[in-house]
Unconditional design. Structure first.
Length: 138
């Protein structure tokens, strides 16, 4: 099989696998933790979605060079917005009784956030990163 076709098939399979794996945990979970630093510890129990990853997941135009990447993250830091979010993938975070109630401060932009409680942090993170990145030419 020619190298080009093999590369295309491997890339396509990897993209499809990543999309399926990425989508399933997000639909099952109801909360996330904003991250203000990309150097945090990694864990297989948490799915970290950077601003750059978020653009790809949402089908938005991505960065074309390192200068755009840096400008996007600089814009997030200047706006005091998260540079990534973490989603718990091995369980849904609930109250101790398991009733799924929201924490009293769980949608205030300072800690645990809820997708269904009107938190706009993910959207603001993506639009700010995209605007910052697109302000730089490669």
């Amino acid at each position: 099989m020619p190298k080009t076709i093999r590369r295309f098939l491997v890339t396509g399979a990897a993209t499809l696998t990543a999309a399926v794996l990425a989508a399933s945990p997000a639909f099952a979970q109801h909360c996330f933790i904003p991250m203000y630093n990309l150097n945090g510890p990694a864990s297989p129990n948490w799915w970290t979605i950077t601003a750059e990853d978020g653009l790809a997941l949402e089908g938005m135009p991505g960065v074309k060079c390192e200068a755009q990447r840096k400008a996007g993250y600089a814009a997030l830091r200047a706006a005091k917005l998260p540079v990534a979010i973490k989603v718990k993938v091995d369980m849904t975070i609930a109250d101790p009784k398991g009733e799924g109630r929201m924490a009293p401060n769980g949608a205030n932009g300072k800690g645990l956030e809820y997708f269904g409680a009107g938190s706009d942090l993910p959207e603001r993170m993506l639009t700010t990163f995209s605007a910052g990145a697109s302000s730089v030419r490669c």
